[in-house]
Ligand binder design. Structure first.
Ligand code: GLN
Length: 391
């Protein structure tokens, strides 16, 4: 057999997406891969129906349809406190996933070091390998998921080209405080490096926490590549609409990378989603209210069952500590992955094993999400109750 590239041997398929497939196979309630089970706003669906008949059906401009980029520049300009030039400072991509990959390929040479907080969203590992970068992991230490800024400085001193900041952070729900962002940003400027942010959960930040865009901080726009997506904000994860925002010289190069990777995001979907980008603040307030309710409801349910968990400051994920179960004779020697497989088959709820997010040896956490209708959360909690009987 002809040989494959070495790079494909260096990472596995996504465990998050694999859990969805196993969940579907057994008909479990899927709280593994994070996506909502409810529809996007009706206006967006209506706009899609209209686009089906009126177009566009052909390629948009490779780096994004003009009206989409203009609406995006207006919306994100408010978050970044700056006038964003839709022509030179934005690339529209196929989801946040391509945005991150595109950012990495735009700034990294093979062998360049990139700092990644651990736990991390699992794509970053593959992004690093595919772009030739070498990750340096900075631990976010539970229970508060704090980090030691001296390790970040050490990473920059060792020549790191960039640091990836997922804010709010998947899977631990950390929302970086202003002083943390300022400290990271100052070092990035001092060492002339980039901050690549992943802000796809920007609208799911629970009071009293506040989302601050790294790019909005004084002096940071020139050092920040903001990656983001419409998936979570408008409940359209399957539409694969993401984007990068950054200084013009970065975006000019990123446009080339994106062009040859995918040519462009789907034109009719950009047309329809533009309606969402033009929503007023009310929409985002309502979205946050919905997710705040879901979070409180789900966490209260976990408490009733007696499952130990973190309290996410943002995102729709919660990490559950399964140590007490792993100590039971029937689970002796189980990995967290095996525990999740068991849960899918025997409990009927799918989770993601924590080990797929941590650099450290972590076997006692699983991640669930609560982007589900209340009835589904009830059903899931009812099933999780069966875990109680094991104790
Ligand atoms: N961010 C989502 C999660 O962590 C999944 C995104 C994806 O699968 N592309 O579950």
């Amino acid at each position: 057999m002809p040989e494959l590239s070495q790079r494909v041997g260096n990472f596995t398929d996504s465990v998050i997406r694999r859990m969805t497939r196993i969940s579907n196979q057994y008909g479990a309630i899927n709280l593994s891969q994070g996506f909502p089970d409810f529809d996007p706003p009706k206006e967006i669906m209506d706009a899609l129906a209209k686009a089906a008949y009126e177009g566009p059906h052909q390629y948009s401009i490779t780096y994004g349809a003009q009206n989409f980029r203009e609406a995006l520049a207006a919306k994100q300009g408010k978050a970044i406190h700056r006038i964003i030039d839709p022509n030179t400072e934005i690339v529209v991509t196929c989801g946040g996933t391509e945005a991150m990959m595109c950012a990495m390929m735009t700034i990294c040479n093979p062998g360049d070091k990139v700092m990644v907080f651990s736990p991390f969203y699992e794509n970053y590992g593959a992004d690093a390998i595919l772009s030739g970068a070498e990750p340096i992991y900075i631990p976010l230490v539970p229970p508060e998921y704090e980090f030691d800024i001296r390790l970040v400085e050490q990473g920059f001193r060792d020549g790191a080209k960039a640091i990836i900041v997922c804010n709010p952070s998947n899977p631990c729900g950390k929302v970086f405080r202003e002083e943390e962002l300022v400290a990271i940003g100052k070092l990035a400027v001092q060492y002339d490096a980039f901050v690549v942010t992943d802000e796809v959960y920007e609208h799911m930040v629970y009071a009293p926490n506040r989302h601050i865009c790294m790019a909005s901080l004084p002096g940071m726009y020139g050092h920040t590549i903001t990656c983001n997506s419409l998936s979570k904000t408008y409940s359209i994860t399957g539409w694969r609409l993401g984007y990068l925002i950054g200084p013009a010289y970065v975006i000019e190069a990123a446009k080339k990378v994106h062009d040859f990777l995918t040519v462009g995001a789907a034109a009719p979907l950009q047309e329809a989603a533009t309606v969402g980008l033009k929503y007023s603040e009310d929409y985002y307030e309502k979205l946050l209210e919905t997710y705040t309710e879901k979070r409180n409801y789900f966490l209260a349910g976990l408490d009733r069952i007696g499952l130990k968990h973190n309290v996410p400051q943002g995102t729709y994920f919660v990490l559950i500590d399964i140590s007490e179960f792993l100590e039971l004779p029937q689970f002796r020697g189980f990995t967290d992955l095996e525990f999740c497989e068991w849960m899918i088959k025997e409990i009927g709820v799918a989770a993601v094993p924590g080990s797929s997010f941590f650099r450290e040896e972590v076997n006692n956490l699983i991640r669930l999400h609560f982007a589900r209708e209340k009835e589904t959360l009830d059903e899931a909690l009812g099933r999780l109750e069966k875990l109680k009987e094991l104790k």
